[in-house]
Design a protein around this ligand. Structure first.
Ligand SMILES: Cc1cc2nc3c(=O)[nH]c(=O)nc-3n(C[C@H](O)[C@H](O)[C@H](O)COP(=O)(O)O)c2cc1C
Length: 132
């Protein structure tokens, strides 16, 4: 099982990118492909974790990397995991303007069983965004 975590920057000029459209397509495709993970977005930055079989994950990443709605993709982690660390979620997401504390708690719950490195990545990113 491969797990990839990356951050990227939204390219939308007119404010927040439409994350709900990204989410709808992701949930459909990822459900079909057996991919799970987490998408964090505050409208300006993305943080995504994706887990699944190597070949399908590579194909999804190839599509995602070409997507003009974001740029400056930086892979934070790319490794084999013995089992999924993001449970059965096909994609979890926080839209800008929704309750940050509530979302952070959900993220914390989701990554509770993840490796310390993954937990630190997510909580660190979320804290930085809250402080910004
Ligand atoms: C930040 C970000 C995350 C995305 N995550 C996924 C994803 O997890 N799965 C997926 O299939 N597409 C994802 N997409 C969308 C893909 O870039 C692409 O538009 C989509 O896979 C095309 O699917 P289609 O060929 O079925 O229309 C993401 C796009 C962005 C900007």
């Amino acid at each position: 099982m491969r797990q990839v975590i990356y951050i990227s920057t939204a390219t939308s000029q007119a404010g927040a990118v439409d994350a709900s459209a990204i989410l709808a397509v992701s949930q459909r495709n990822n459900g079909r492909d057996g991919l799970t993970g987490l998408l964090y977005s505050d409208g300006k930055r993305f943080l995504q974790a994706l887990e699944g079989e190597d070949a399908v994950l590579s194909r999804a990443l190839a599509r995602i990397e070409k997507d003009p709605r974001h740029r400056a993709i930086v892979i934070l982690s790319d490794r084999d995991v013995p089992a999924r660390e993001f449970g059965d979620w096909s994609m979890a997401h926080r839209a800008p303007g929704t309750d940050a504390e509530c979302f952070l708690q959900r993220v914390a719950d989701l990554v509770a069983t993840a490796s310390p490195q993954v937990r630190a990545t997510f909580t660190g990113f979320a804290e930085v965004r809250r402080a910004a």
